[in-house]
Write a protein that binds this ligand. Structure first.
Ligand SMILES: Cc1ncc(C[n+]2csc(CCOP(=O)(O)OP(=O)(O)O)c2C)c(N)n1
Ligand SMILES: [Mg+2]
Length: 593
């Protein structure tokens, strides 16, 4: 049979039909903003400096003329700006603008640029760069000593390994090509950050006729992705149809919430279990085909389908059996940006999984005989029974866990699950508490659970600001470790939330240190000196900061929770503060590491 090409098409990010052909622009900075607005950019997350002054001026001057400008979100630390744009992108798939000072502002984007790259988040970063001229003739030329110090040999090199594309905007008369190109690049899959620099002379130079051509901005639409080669999908359907133990391993498929339904359909049709690695929600948590013990499932599988996953298993811990057929559907099957990537794949298919899965479901349906269907239904019933027993033992365990003191991470998940309103988005930067919390939080709705998709800590707070701006009718809750909370520049993030009227609830899983940095010491040296002396340099926070007080100093609600019976009421107080427009931080005391 022929696999039909999916009808799903990419969403245009601009407002193409409504655009005028040209816009007024007295300076290069005004031209850039006009172009970005024409490309659908709604927000600018800004940390300014000497060389971004023309952009700051353009925001005010254009607004005074009644022109539309991106809404400003002031960020007191650059990693908050980067994470906020990332969070906004995950909800909307629309890149936003991050403006930072020169090389130093770029360096402060820090690990959150890594997150945007690995998490495939489209973000436009625009950094100033030292002025080109020193003689005083060109407007914007150097007038401060720092402009020599900040004139480094390779500013773009700071982020080159972490961006999809970069460019030094050196001329005003090419901005109308380059800005839409930057937006298209960021928003096309695999999405990612792009990095632009512009010197003040360019930002201040008047475009010809003091107008900028907006026509290219009409075409800043993401590249239409493929639904996958029909023959390859048919072949894969044949493998799956004849499998004894088919298994899907899923990474970031759920970045397209519409991909979850066809995954569920495929899994239910085949009685195929699904390993959901710790990314966005790929499968409703309570789905009976959701695998708890992924290593055992991988060992048993005879056909594995990898779906948008960077690391399907850790070879040191488990590998599929030798004869297992392994297929892959991925927007980026080669993983070019990962130096050592050697997972064996017999059938790598480049495709947008949200589209390809529909074709795959159709192909499997077509290939199914009544005997197949009978066999798949039996298999599904067996897994469902197993899952029901697990769910029962989880519920039994919770009866004890909900009263444990110090508070159990599992109870944090369950207490939230009992109280979060239906329209909630949860962000996960919890590190070692994540599995326990996720198991009891049991997110169900596609698009309602987000993660950085990468290990650069300091993402969860800024990303919550962006997610809330993108979904103002949703309750946004960010779950972080105590280490991650501090990495997230809480003063800057909570203040940005207040300024941008983007309140969210933060729950800190506070184990008084970096558990993730303690565990490798025990793992590599189980009987080593650290283990024997119970001494772990750099990982325990003795006399930790008072995070609730810190929150209050940033105009947020803040509360420390030590009593498990108080956890539920505290969550309600936090949610009430958020409903009233105030950010809230609950510092939940877990067992110290
Ligand atoms: C920017 C950055 N710095 C350092 C690390 C290394 N690192 C990984 S996990 C971790 C500790 C996280 O602590 P916390 O958020 O409290 O979570 P826990 O491990 O205690 O569960 C550290 C320091 C990192 N991933 N990113
Ligand atoms: Mg911790």
């Amino acid at each position: 049979m022929a696999v039909t090409t999916s009808q799903v098409s990419n969403v245009a990010i601009g407002t193409a039909e409504l655009l005028p052909l040209q816009a007024a622009a007295r300076t290069g900075a005004e031209a850039i903003l006009q172009l970005l607005v024409a490309c659908g950019i709604d927000y600018v997350f800004l940390n300014p400096g000497t060389d971004t002054a023309p952009i700051q001026e353009a925001l005010v001057a254009l607004a005074a003329d009644g022109e539309r400008v991106p809404t400003l979100v002031p960020c007191l630390f650059e990693n908050v700006a980067m994470a906020a744009a990332h969070g906004y992108f995950l909800v909307t798939r629309k890149p936003q603008l991050v403006v930072v000072h020169v090389d130093v502002g770029t360096q402060n984007l820090g690990g959150n640029v890594h997150d945007a790259m690995r998490g495939q988040a489209g973000v436009i970063v625009l950094a100033g760069r030292s002025p080109y001229t020193v003689d005083g003739r060109a407007p914007g030329g150097r007038d401060r000593s720092i402009q020599w110090q900040q004139d480094v040999t390779d500013q773009i090199g700071i982020v080159r390994g972490y961006v999809k594309w970069s460019h030094e905007l050196a001329r005003v008369d090419t901005l109308h090509h380059l800005i839409p190109r930057a937006v298209q690049m960021a928003a096309s899959e695999p999405c990612g950050p792009v990095y632009l620099t512009a010197a003040r002379e360019v930002l201040m130079q008047p475009p010809e006729g003091e107008r900028v051509d907006l026509t290219p901005a009409r075409r800043a639409v993401p590249v239409v992705t493929s639904a996958g080669d029909p023959l390859a999908l048919e072949k894969l359907a044949g493998w799956l149809a004849r499998a004894e133990a088919p298994l899907a391993i899923v990474g970031t498929l759920g970045r397209h919430p519409q991909a979850v339904a066809p995954l569920v359909e495929l899994a239910e049709l085949l009685g195929m279990r699904v390993v959901d690695t710790r990314g966005p929600l790929n499968l409703p948590f309570a789905h009976p085909l959701n695998v708890d013990d992924s290593n055992a499932a991988i060992r048993e599988a005879d056909v594995v389908l990898m779906l948008d996953v960077d690391v399907p298993w850790i070879p040191r811990h488990v590998t599929p059996a030798a004869g297992t057929r392994i297929a892959q559907i991925d927007i980026d099957p080669l993983k070019e940006s990962i130096s050592l990537w050697g997972f064996p794949v017999d059938l790598p298919i480049q495709a947008d999984s949200s589209k390809a899965l529909r074709g795959l479901v159709a192909a499997v349906t077509d290939a199914a005989t009544p005997a197949d269907r009978q066999q798949w239904a039996t298999r599904r019933a067996r897994y469902e029974a197993h899952h029901a027993a697990q769910a029962q033992s989880r519920a039994t365990a919770l009866e004890t866990l909900r009263h444990r003191r110090p508070i159990a991470a599992e109870w944090v998940g369950a207490a939230l699950a009992e109280r979060l309103p239906p329209r909630s988005i949860v962000l996960d930067e919890m590190i070692t508490s994540s599995d326990a919390v996720r198991r009891y939080l049991a997110r169900q709705t596609p698009g309602s659970l987000l993660s950085a998709g990468a290990p650069g800590l300091g993402w969860g707070l800024g990303a919550a600001v962006g997610a809330r701006l993108a979904a103002p009718d949703h309750t946004v809750v960010t779950l972080v470790g105590d280490g991650s909370f501090v990495f997230g520049s809480p003063v800057a993030a909570l203040w940005a939330a207040q300024q941008a009227q983007a309140p969210f609830l933060t729950v800190i899983l506070n184990n008084a240190g970096y558990n993730a940095s303690k565990m490798p010491v025990l793992g590599l040296f189980p009987d080593g000196a650290s283990s024997r002396a119970n001494a772990f340099p750099g990982v325990r926070f003795s006399t930790p900061p008072d995070y609730a007080m810190l929150a209050r100093s940033c105009h947020a609600y803040g509360e420390r929770v030590e009593d498990p019976d108080e956890l539920g009421p505290a969550i309600e107080r936090g949610l009430a503060a958020v409903r009233a427009g105030q950010a809230a931080v609950l510092d939940v005391a877990l067992t110290p590491i």
